[in-house]
Design a binder for this molecule. Structure first.
Ligand SMILES: [Cu+2]
Length: 176
């Protein structure tokens, strides 16, 4: 017994199957080869009180604690606030070929962060801390771009990151 499938229908079955297959191949390729994964950190914070020492987060995102510092275990951490319309601090400097942990929080609305030529691309959702660790492999200045529409001046929301040789890197401030 054979089922009759209209030739046009058959064509579409093949086309959609190819698209689904291609999508899977690309997802697996980017995950395995380019190290692109959805961020998995789930950590809540009170976005309306980022500037206060009290409350969830314990003042981690207070103005004087932002920037590059070293964790207790020696990891370099970049603590950053995204707010309409900028990243704070606006300029950071990190060494090449070193794992850098980013911890970011939004002060107001949904933002995104993207750094070209790296796998850095995540959303910064108000109420949550976005955390991801990445490794920069190119020297130079790169823009830190907001890639989630956040308001009228969204197109002007960016910061700068400078990737320097390991020997040239110096922590400007020891913040914990
Ligand atoms: Cu933005």
């Amino acid at each position: 017994m054979s089922i009759h499938i209209d030739p046009l229908e058959k064509k579409w079955i093949i086309m959609t199957s190819v698209i689904v297959l291609l999508t899977w191949v690309l997802i697996i390729y980017y995950a395995a080869v380019e190290n692109v994964h959805p961020p998995s950190n789930v950590e809540v914070i009170d976005s309306a009180h980022l500037h206060l020492a009290s409350g969830v987060g314990g003042g981690e995102f207070m103005e004087d604690k932002l920037g590059v510092h070293r964790d207790a275990d020696g990891t370099l951490v970049v603590t950053m606030v995204a707010a309409r319309y900028g990243f704070y601090p606006q300029h950071v400097e990190v060494p090449i070929n070193t794992p850098i942990k980013f911890r970011m929080a939004s002060f107001d609305v949904l933002h995104g962060v993207l750094i070209p030529f790296s796998n850095m691309n995540t959303m910064i959702v108000p109420g949550y801390v976005s955390e991801l660790t990445t490794n920069f492999t190119r020297l130079g200045d790169f823009p830190v771009i907001c890639d989630e529409y956040c308001g009228l001046a969204h197109a002007y929301m960016y910061g700068m990151i400078k990737i320097v040789p390991k020997d040239d890197f110096k922590l400007t401030a020891e913040v914990h």
